[in-house]
Ligand binder design. Structure first.
Ligand code: ATP
Length: 502
């Protein structure tokens, strides 16, 4: 990692950008490189101005204080100073992105670029947001990526040592080699600072670090992921027996199981890339994503592209890139992109968002094409009219499936699954009749009929019977009837473009 940045600096690149939310890690990397090539490091931020860092800085030593350079509190002050008195060194700017829109700052940076090389001066912009186009076109990007297992193991050890030294109570650790590996694996996809926080809270919980902390760490990570970005770690405790119907889809997925193994590669197989599932709402698309993850023994990450627009106004693109890198760092994983049409809808039509959805869509497509990580994508969509045609082109996904309403046989299976799940004996019910009666019901509507019937039976203090379920079915109007035209259109559209899931 340090080697690549070192080469970029030695090659004379005047302006390097590192986009990351893990600022500390970026700063440590720069420090390491500066020691390798013996160049001084300066930091600038709006709150601290310009400071010259002590030469051998590390996480635990605070023996030397940074040297404050006066009259450099604004970006303009510091850039002017560098222009007037250039100095050999690496100048790290923290969060300069918002200032780059200022014409004065922009001009000063461009003026500086011309004198950097001859003075052995490198500017490194460390930002948590994307740089404006005007500046980013003059930068070379350094991809910091996510911490690897060695770095994470180091974080675990350092966190433990730090707490042990600071604590008044006795702290113990008893982790076998294999358990340590598991712990470190479960931290993948977190920044060093986040990993340290999760480990610290697991230690403080019982003043101990042991295999018993693993579930706490996994839960801590799940919460961090759901608070921080647009990736959510989803519990996937289903098996293919939990899906009724969808036989084609299930056997396709079963065939691809093990496709990421070395054995498959040596046999000449390309690793599977992903499926797109289109179809009627409530017919088991999301359920399939969970089953694939559980069946293939891979963690499931859900990317909700809609959140990219709602939660990260102005940062959608960089958040998407970060989410994809985060997924890479956690691979092998199943990446479930839920309702993909919601995020990239206007990428197909003439854009009304200043080209944002088109750029996001482009980022996703090129990532799908280029990445070489064991990541299986399960994308789901309900509204085909909103899907940009490029997404459907051959080669993007290994297959595009159409998930229709369940037929009579599948309905029987679905009813049986949901009865068993609720402590009922399916043999005691007239499933063929119930399946006949529930034409046009989706899987989730069949499940709802069972749940409502169970409530009725509970209230009347009688065991659940077919009559209760029949009554519920007669009461409800399935969505496919309410929006029959839409379903018919969907079917017609899918006829020539998709493979039937059942
Ligand atoms: P949406 O597009 O609205 O998200 P979906 O197609 O992804 O819908 P699911 O979320 O998977 O549908 O279905 C909702 C619930 O309905 C599931 O959690 C499951 O309990 C039940 N269900 C749907 N289809 C099936 C099925 N084929 N077999 C068993 N259960 C099903």
């Amino acid at each position: 990692m340090a080697e690549k940045l070192k080469l970029m600096i030695q090659a004379g690149n005047p302006l390097i950008s590192i986009e990351t939310s893990d600022e500390q890690r970026a700063l440590e990397l720069v420090q390491k490189v500066s020691e390798l090539i013996t160049r001084p490091v300066f930091h600038w931020s709006l709150t601290e101005g310009l400071t010259k860092r002590p030469q051998y800085e590390n996480r635990s030593s605070h023996s030397q204080n940074p040297e404050i350079i006066l009259r450099t509190s604004t970006a303009i002050d510091v850039l002017k100073l560098l222009l007037k008195e250039p100095e050999k060194g690496i100048f790290v700017f923290k969060d300069l992105a918002p200032h780059c829109k200022d014409a004065h700052v922009h001009r000063l940076i461009r003026d500086l670029l011309g004198i950097c090389e001859q003075n052995k001066m490198t500017l490194i912009l460390v930002d948590s947001t994307t740089l404006p186009d005007e500046i980013s076109r003059f930068t070379v990007r350094y991809e910091l990526g996510w911490p690897d297992v060695e770095e994470l193991e180091q974080v675990v050890r350092e966190t433990y040592q730090r707490i042990k030294q600071e604590s008044y109570v006795e702290i113990n650790a008893n982790l076998k080699h294999k358990e340590m590996d598991q712990l470190v694996q479960s931290l993948r996809g977190l920044s060093c600072a986040e990993a340290a926080r999760v480990v610290a809270s697991a230690i403080y919980d019982d003043y101990n670090l042991s295999a018993a902390d693993l579930p706490k760490i996994i839960e801590g990570k799940r919460q961090l992921l759901s608070n921080a970005g647009c990736l959510e770690s989803i519990a996937a405790d289903f098996s293919s027996e939990d899906i009724g119907g969808l036989t084609n889809l299930k056997s396709w997925l079963k065939q691809r199981r093990g496709g990421f193994t070395r054995k498959a590669r040596e046999f000449g197989l390309e690793p599977p890339r992903g499926v797109l599932m289109l179809g009627v709402p409530g017919c088991g698309k999301s359920l399939c994503a969970k089953v694939v993850a559980a069946d293939w023994g891979m963690p499931l990450l859900r990317l909700d592209p809609g959140v990219l627009y709602q939660k990260f106004i102005g940062e959608s693109e960089s958040q998407l890139r970060q989410a994809l890198r985060q997924a890479e760092s956690m691979a092998p994983v199943v990446l479930w992109i839920d309702e993909i049409e919601k995020a990239f809808a206007s990428a197909g039509a003439s854009s009304s968002d200043g080209g944002l959805s088109r750029r996001m869509f482009g980022t996703l497509l090129s990532w799908m094409q280029d990445h070489r990580h064991p990541i299986f994508i399960v994308a789901t969509a309900n509204d085909i009219s909103a899907l940009p045609p490029e997404l459907m082109r051959k080669g993007r996904f290994d297959e595009v499936f159409f998930v229709d309403l369940p037929d009579e046989q599948a309905r029987e299976q679905i009813l049986s699954i949901h009865l068993s799940r609720r402590k009922q004996e399916p043999d005691q019910f007239d499933l063929p009749r119930l399946a006949k009666l529930s034409k046009d019901f989706s899987g989730s509507e069949l499940e709802q009929a069972v749940i409502s019937a169970l409530f009725t039976a509970y209230q009347s203090e009688t065991p659940l019977n077919s009559g209760h379920i029949e009554a519920e079915m007669k009461k409800s109007r399935p969505l496919a009837i309410l929006s029959g035209e839409k379903v018919a259109q969907l079917r017609q559209w899918a006829e020539k473009r998709c493979v039937k899931a059942d």
